[in-house]
Design a protein around this ligand. Structure first.
Ligand code: COS
Length: 384
């Protein structure tokens, strides 16, 4: 087995690292305080070609696959979690849904603009009564003439208030539910009846836009049905497999940054006449952080490699998401502990990292759902 990154992957990592250090990290505190990612940053990422990293060149992408995409998110997450989530939702589940199941015309019309950054995308599956139980959605789509008419409300939608295009999952046959009764639609936010509801004030990733979306008789032309009628639940699950893996790459980056901040602090903070890094109590925390980061890195890139070989990664993505989001929480918690009182103060980067980390155990499927997906797969297919 070859565990080295290709020269292209290394170049990509260097490029994103420089961008992160120069453009992203300096804005992180402001993004948190103002609860907004400046659009200038999005434009700069677009100019660098970051929004199309995962997609083929014929759609304006860089063709770097899931490996390249995970490298990019890992680096960006060392700059700012909100910005990483904004890009992650756009690429992993918004644009990815079109890439996976869209027609060639839909890819040319929408995916190309998503790769260039002209369009921001969102993925609208969740509703107030359909979170973990995603098959329980109530938003409806009824065929009237040559259009589907959408009615309903979506909740917790990342990028929903700033998106030009939203992938909306709606019920086309209530009697069938997830098994043939849910359809995906490509909805342009300028369509009459598309309304942005309240914006949610969050504990962490405060700069990421999270809203309620309301659909009141939104007419979507038949050609904007994404995939086959009734196959929308599968589109959502396939996109979420990718989303769960790339989210984990973000957890890996966030963990590396938390370790770096903790090391810097431990080396310069003197107590009992020497830097606290020389105290075994601190060294054990550092060792645990490093070991977990090694495990995260190994599983993220092994799974990204498997994905790029064309393998189905449903079980892997669930395992990696569950492990990495929980490891990140343990790592930022130790990071705050190493920082002591300073780690509890708003101006301290580790305090923000602690708040930003928590959502990862919840979104893109709670870790309870990841355990359900893993257990079902192991029980039906065997352990290995
Ligand atoms: N890839 C491809 N197809 C998949 C799939 C995947 N990863 N997961 C499920 N499917 C298919 C199944 O094969 C099944 O197809 P058939 O109708 O042909 O048999 C169909 O989708 C329904 O799947 P299933 O029976 O497993 O549906 P459940 O209602 O039991 O739901 C869970 C499964 C709980 C796993 C799903 O609802 C889930 O992931 N919930 C969490 C939602 C989530 O992550 N939300 C995050 C917010 S969106 S950012």
């Amino acid at each position: 087995m070859d565990f080295t990154f290709t020269p292209e992957h290394q170049m990509l990592r260097e490029m994103v690292k420089k961008f992160t250090e120069k453009e992203v990290r300096p804005l992180s505190q402001k993004i948190d305080q103002e609860a907004k990612v400046p659009m200038e940053l999005w434009k700069k990422a677009a100019e660098l070609g970051l929004l199309g990293i995962a997609f083929p060149e014929k759609y304006g992408g860089a063709g770097a696959g899931e490996m390249g995409y995970c490298i990019m998110l890992e680096e960006l997450a060392q700059g700012d979690a909100s910005f990483t989530v904004m890009l992650g939702a756009h690429i992993s589940i918004g644009a990815m849904s079109i890439y996976l199941d869209g027609t060639e015309e839909q890819k040319q019309k929408y995916l190309t603009k998503m790769c260039s950054g002209e369009y921001i995308s969102a993925f609208a599956l969740t509703e107030v009564n359909a979170g973990s139980d995603a098959a329980n959605i109530e938003t409806t789509a009824a065929l009237k003439g040559s259009d589907y008419v959408l009615n309903g409300t979506k909740f917790y939608i990342t990028n929903g208030g700033i998106a030009n295009v939203v992938i909306v999952f709606a019920v086309t046959d209530k009697s069938l539910g997830a098994h043939g009764g849910v359809t995906a639609f490509i909805v342009e936010s300028k369509t009459p009846g598309f309304k942005v509801g309240r914006e949610l004030d969050k504990m962490g990733i405060r700069g990421s836009n999270t809203v309620e979306l309301i659909f009141e008789n939104v007419r979507v032309p038949k050609e904007n049905v994404l995939g086959k009628i009734g196959e929308g639940f599968k589109t959502a699950m396939k996109a979420l497999d990718r989303g769960r893996l790339s989210l984990s790459a973000g957890c890996l980056g966030g963990s590396k940054r938390a370790l770096e901040l903790s090391l810097n602090h431990a080396k310069q903070r003197v107590q009992f006449g020497k830097p606290i890094a020389e105290q075994q109590a601190i060294q054990w925390m550092i060792a645990d952080m490093a070991a977990e980061i090694f495990a995260m890195e190994s599983m993220v890139y092994r799974s990204a490699w498997a994905h790029d070989q064309g393998m189905r990664i449903t079980r892997e993505a669930a395992i990696v998401k569950m492990y990495c989001s929980e490891a990140l929480d343990r790592i930022v918690d130790r990071g705050v502990q190493i920082h002591g009182g300073m780690g509890f103060i708003r101006e301290c980067d580790i305090e923000r990292a602690y708040r930003d980390a928590r959502i990862n155990r919840i979104f893109e499927g709670t870790n309870e759902i990841q355990r359900l997906v893993i257990a079902r797969d192991v029980l039906t297919k065997g352990a290995y």
